[in-house]
Write a protein that binds this ligand. Structure first.
Ligand SMILES: [Zn+2]
Length: 172
């Protein structure tokens, strides 16, 4: 079982651009990714708390939440940023594999809370399973992101399929 979640929720959709919003866009990507995978997938919706509850109940091999960057000053088009849950071998391994497969990718230490002095990210903190946050830059450059969509989803699906079943143990 793999859980995919679009970032944010219908009530709080995240970044906006004209008639588009981040949650709806991410949901489209996540549903397309789910269709590419030939293994059991559940799409989690709602608030971060509700998503965390689904993850707690279903205990997926990995949980992947999908976002789009909205930082205008850090415009690095096509970049995929990954935030592996610290200490989890499987999520770190998946992040590293995806980073290699998408050469423009980079690892980042946080998600909503890139600044670790602000504390642990809610989703990562409350997920009992390996959890990854993927952020496709930039929502302000949606045309570019959509042009990359098929490739990014295909690479992500390939890496999820190859995800080893080992790696649950924690590293300190
Ligand atoms: Zn977001």
């Amino acid at each position: 079982m793999i859980i995919l979640a679009p970032g944010h929720s219908t009530d709080h959709p995240g970044a906006r651009l004209d008639d588009h919003n981040e949650h709806a866009e991410a949901r489209g990507w996540v549903e397309a990714l789910a269709a590419l995978l030939s293994q059991p997938v559940s799409v989690a919706l709602g608030t971060a708390r509700q998503k965390a509850a689904v993850i707690t109940e279903l205990r997926p091999r990995i949980a992947v939440e999908w976002h789009f960057g909205s930082n205008h000053t850090d415009s690095t088009s096509g970049v995929v940023a990954l935030s592996p849950k610290r200490g989890c071998l499987r999520s770190v391994e998946f992040a590293c594999r995806l980073e290699q497969a998408l050469p423009a990718a980079r690892l980042t230490p946080g998600w909503y809370r890139g600044d670790e002095t602000q504390g642990e990210d809610f989703f990562l903190l409350h997920s009992p399973s390996p959890a990854i946050l993927i952020t496709v830059d930039q929502f302000t450059n949606l045309t570019y992101a959509r042009a990359q969509r098929e490739r990014i989803l295909q690479v992500t699906a390939d890496q999820l399929r190859q995800l080893p079943s080992h790696g649950d143990s924690q590293i300190s």
